[in-house]
Write a protein of this length. Structure first.
Length: 473
């Protein structure tokens, strides 16, 4: 909850920050906090989050807009998305933490609260700290039990198969050295099974074998219940001494103590776990899987990934913009040739192309080249010299073609208009040839990409033809 509290405090401090209408409604609170944090941190740490490549891409992508304005908006959007990711991850982690706490039934005083019989049994993990050793056990918390009856035919069939079910890894009940499988139910039989060992010091009610020094015969009493009917029978088991280590022996002794406590408290509402063993105290705690920290770490990692991937997406937008500029270059040059050939000046041709685009812009058709020309016309209206405006035009695009065109137009202003039309026609022919070569290259790349699907399609056709042929042989 610390992360949520910090966010709410920052949101309160940022309540007066302006928000952009172009951001999603759910991200607007995060956008406000991002603006507040950036305005607070940048004066002290001016190089925080700054990247010259990112700033250059932003200038190319948004010509004519304020550098600081677009930079602030870009980083605020990134931080807003990251904050939203971290907050969502934090809330999910808190929900997971709360869910784990709700599932805790072992109290601090070593008492387990049993549920009603309608809820059924429940399996939990507990850990015992005894001296310097920590041991974990998987225990099943049974509900308060009720008496019942069983069906005679079902009991006969189950009693016939029961010795096979409980063998486990042993070869027969006459030579048992490994734990037996003494469960509450077997297979698809809707019968509740209760086991009771005559010698719980060597064989527990759950089938675990404890320390024995010689072969011993132990009588297992089994009680089968189905509805209101019940049957009790005895099974004789011959135990052989197992080879176990000191740690395994301690584990089994502790488990025997735990199960004995379980059996003694079946009729009680509370199950009080053993507090001592051989004059030494035991500390119990429930073992749970708490994934809240993992969820928070995943959210933090996702936020960092989103933050840095935004720069890559921005650079991809710049590359896409340059691709569009290259594709529009032949058309721009041909329009200049057309208008200059009709008697217009270079400035008039620029204004004509930009004006036509400004009218079409309302229909949603965007053209990066015409956007740059429109920006150049606005510079001319603002009093920038014509040669400087053309130089800015070529420099903003960052492409060799447009730089060459701006140089041509600047030289024309210095030398006169006598050869401008001829040189523009040469540039138009050159641009058309380059565009043709580029189109061929794109076509060749498309053919290469289609090669793999065509091979797969050929393989499918061959399989469809050959399988019927083999069947008819």
């Amino acid at each position: 909850m610390i992360v949520t509290g910090v966010f709410l405090v920052v949101l309160f401090l940022a309540r007066k920050e302006d928000e952009t209408p172009n951001i999603a409604v759910l991200l607007r609170p995060f956008y406000k906090t991002s603006l507040f944090l950036l305005k607070s941190l940048w004066p002290r740490f001016p190089n925080l989050f700054s990247s010259s490549q990112v700033e250059q891409d932003l200038i190319h992508l948004h010509p004519g807009e304020g550098r600081e304005c677009i930079k602030t908006e870009y980083y605020a959007r990134k931080m807003a998305l990251c904050q939203a990711t971290i907050l969502i991850g934090t809330l999910l982690g808190a929900a997971a933490k709360f869910s784990v706490q709700e599932g805790m039934i072992l109290k601090e005083n070593g008492v387990i609260i049993r549920e009603g019989y309608q809820e059924g049994s429940r399996e939990i993990k507990v850990a015992a700290e005894y001296k310097k050793q920590r041991m974990e056990f998987a225990i099943k918390v049974e509900p308060r039990q009720l008496r019942g009856e069983e069906v005679e035919r079902l009991m006969d069939e189950m009693m016939k198969n029961l010795p096979i079910y409980i063998l486990g890894e042993n070869e027969s009940l006459n030579q048992v050295s490994k734990d037996l499988i003494l469960k509450d139910e077997y297979g698809n039989y809707p019968v509740e099974v209760t086991w009771k060992s005559e010698r719980q010091d060597v064989l527990s009610n759950t089938g675990h074998i404890f320390s024995i020094e010689k072969r011993e015969c132990v009588k297992l009493s089994v009680c089968l219940r189905y509805g209101e009917y019940s049957r009790e029978e005895d099974i004789i088991v011959t135990l052989t001494p197992p080879l176990i280590s000191e740690e395994e022996q301690l584990y089994r002794d502790m488990e025997q103590l735990l199960m004995q406590s379980h059996d003694d408290s079946l009729e009680e509402k509370e199950w009080i776990l053993p507090a001592k063993w051989k004059e030494d105290s035991i500390h119990w705690e429930q073992v749970t899987e708490d994934n809240s920290l993992l969820l928070w770490a995943a959210a933090l990692g996702t936020a960092v990934l989103l933050f840095w991937s935004a720069d890559r997406d921005l650079h991809q937008q710049i590359e896409q913009r340059k691709k569009c500029l290259r594709g529009e270059y032949p058309e721009i040059v041909h329009q200049l040739v057309l208008f200059v050939g009709a008697g217009m000046t270079i400035r008039g041709a620029f204004q004509k192309i930009a004006g036509d685009y400004e009218k079409k812009e309302q229909c949603g058709k965007l053209s990066p080249a015409c956007e740059e020309m429109l920006y150049t016309c606005r510079e001319l209206y603002a009093g920038v010299s014509e040669s400087a405006a053309y130089e800015h035009f070529g420099r903003r695009t960052g492409l060799q073609e447009y730089v060459r065109l701006s140089t041509l137009l600047t030289q024309n202003l210095k030398r006169g208009n006598r050869t401008i039309l001829e040189r523009l026609r040469e540039e138009a022919d050159k641009a058309a040839e380059v565009q043709l070569q580029l189109s061929r290259k794109v076509g060749e790349e498309a053919g290469t990409k289609l090669l793999a699907p065509m091979v797969l399609l050929l393989a499918v056709v061959m399989i469809v033809i050959m399988i019927p042929a083999f069947w008819n042989m």
